[in-house]
Design a protein around this ligand. Structure first.
Ligand code: MN
Length: 132
């Protein structure tokens, strides 16, 4: 079984078999997401998404009352977190706290791919932006 659900509620899959959705233009450019594990799959606490930002692509500055746990799989990018910009590539991991602004760019000539985990429910009550 390459992709599917098992008798205990497990899900086993291969990422390329998960539909790739384009991120809407008001959220970013040249960016695609695969929801590998989500609430519909029976997940109780976290969703796992695989993002692909094409060369020159960008995810717009935004914030929200939940955190991100990110792992860079391939490519070269920059991520703004609050007032700082960090350069990242394969092997880097990033924690983005709730309500802190963040923004991503592909700075290489190949796809930038990263895993981004999110909780299924907001992790803080306020959605007020944190300046840092
Ligand atoms: Mn975000």
């Amino acid at each position: 079984m390459i992709i599917g659900k098992g008798p205990c509620g497990e899900k086993i899959g291969y990422y390329e078999l998960v539909e790739e959705q384009k991120v809407p233009d008001d959220m970013g450019t040249q960016t695609f997401v695969r929801w590998l594990i989500k609430e519909d799959d029976g997940a109780k606490a976290f969703a796992m998404r695989l993002f692909t930002i094409k060369p020159g692509g960008h995810i717009n500055l935004h914030h929200h009352p939940w955190e991100h746990e990110i792992f860079v799989l391939e490519g070269v990018g920059e991520i703004r977190i609050g007032s700082r910009v960090y350069r990242v590539s394969q092997g880097f991991f990033i924690y983005v706290p709730p309500n802190v602004e963040h923004e991503y760019w592909n700075k290489g000539d190949k796809d930038l791919k990263f895993l981004c985990m999110i909780p299924l429910k907001p992790t803080v009550n306020s959605d007020e932006k944190i300046e840092c």
